[in-house]
Design a binder for this molecule. Structure first.
Ligand code: GLU
Length: 421
């Protein structure tokens, strides 16, 4: 690998492109298709005026990148964060294309983001920003075009406002325009826990393959947002031993296992993990490289880089976040024989249940939670098997296998549809 600065290494677009190029090369993808798939189909930048509570006007910058609509409407979340960049949204949009193809659901990929600090905004300001952002995107989104969903710092309430704004413009209720909505307005049962549940399903498959049991498997989870907390709760309930929970503001470690339910209640009451009595507090960076069987980075990008990859001590890396590992770190982890469940497979439970939500909205018929969970399990298990089999047959690592499988599926569809000129 060519030498690069940490800034280059951690540019998510570079991370995505490096893996894409490697997989495309191994697939012998022809040059034209390579160009089509490497770059997003459409990139929108919007400037969103918002009346703030102090009476002043503020203008926020937002993005929506639609990478591909080859296999169906583009699909992907929207994040609110002060450091969202176009390159990041581009990478995340491409990852959504590959993710939907890995689990074989009929969507392309997209992602959105608004540069803002939602923790410093009132509910009213957030609502006005969300509605105006949606209005700016009005002709580019829709159930058959592009379907947003929650991501970092966005939630069911934000999706409800997006759905309502879109519906007001259409003069009719259009629930299928976004997923991750509250259940009473077209959300799906099981969607909230879906990403965490999907992580558990693929971890179950991985430990079975490595001949381990849940009870003898120690897990460290980084991040206690929607993805991390649900993964930790479900896995602890199922018998895994959760020994560590890493958060920037306070991390916990107990080699005998942490009562995750109690942590979750504690965090709800205190807003932090710090001070939780039944575990030691730990340094977040140290806990990430502490010995365990499964490490689940479920926070943001670039947590495992060339700077710490050689100190990682897990046997299985289950990527709950998008892009938690840089391309340079991949090589180091491969030398250490870490079994990687790559993000585009590992966290695909969220978008898979979004697909169920979209289907239910369009049917107007809503499934029991057990049906949602069963269907999710079936899809996640077969995607895991597809990726692992592909890796073994083609003698590549799991990540490159997932990319190859996905790129091949998308390229096949594009060849079938042909290029409109
Ligand atoms: N934001 C989630 C992801 O990165 C979910 C996307 C969706 O449900 O459309 O996969």
């Amino acid at each position: 690998m060519k030498t690069m600065t940490l800034e280059q290494e951690t540019n998510p677009w570079e991370s995505q492109a490096a893996r894409f190029d490697l997989a495309a090369k191994k697939l012998n993808l022809d040059e034209g298709m390579w160009k089509v798939l490497r770059y997003p189909n459409r990139e929108l930048i919007v400037h969103i005026p918002v009346a703030m509570d102090n009476g002043k006007l503020e203008v926020f910058t937002g993005f929506r990148v639609q990478h591909s609509i080859a296999r169906g409407p583009s699909k992907g979340g929207i994040r609110y964060s002060p450091d969202v960049t176009l390159d990041e949204v581009r990478a995340l949009a491409s990852w959504m294309t590959w993710k939907c193809a890995v689990v074989n659901i009929p969507f392309g990929g997209a992602k959105g983001g608004v540069i803002c600090d939602p923790h410093k905004m009132s509910l009213g300001e957030l609502e006005r920003m969300t509605r105006r952002y949606t209005a700016e995107l009005i002709e580019f989104i829709g159930p058959e075009k592009d379907v947003p969903a929650p991501d970092i710092n966005t939630n069911e309430q934000i999706m409800a406002w997006m759905m309502d704004t879109y519906s007001m413009h259409m003069r009719q209720t259009v629930t299928a325009v976004v997923t991750g909505k509250p259940i009473n307005i077209g959300g799906s049962r099981g969607r909230r826990e879906a990403t965490g549940r999907g992580i558990m399903i693929v971890c179950d498959e991985a430990i079975r393959k490595l001949g381990r049991t849940r009870e003898s498997t120690r897990v460290i989870v980084q991040g206690f947002g929607n993805v991390g907390s649900n993964a930790a709760l479900l896995m602890a309930q199922a018998g895994y031993v959760v020994t560590g929970i890493v958060e920037v503001a306070g991390s916990l470690y107990n080699r005998n296992g942490i009562n995750v339910q109690a942590v979750s209640e504690y965090r709800m009451r205190h807003g932090t993990l710090s001070g939780f009595p039944e575990a030691e507090s730990a340094d977040p960076a140290d806990l990430l490289v502490t010995e365990c069987d499964i490490l689940i980075p479920a926070a943001t990008e670039n947590q495992i880089t060339s700077r710490n990859a050689d100190r990682i001590q897990c046997k299985i890396l289950a990527e709950g976040a998008n892009g938690p590992t840089t391309a340079a770190a991949d090589e180091i982890l491969a030398d250490k024989k870490v079994f990687i469940i790559p993000d585009i497979l590992c966290n695909a439970g969220g978008v898979t249940t979004s697909y169920f939500e979209w289907v239910q909205d369009r049917q107007g018929y809503f499934w029991k939670e057990s049906v949602v969970n069963e269907q999710l399990e079936e899809i996640m298990k077969s995607a895991f098997q597809d990726v692992v089999r592909y890796a073994e047959t083609h003698e590549v690592n799991n990540r490159i296998a997932a990319y190859m499988l996905a790129i091949d599926r998308v390229a096949y569809t594009i060849r079938q549809r042909g290029i409109y000129a």
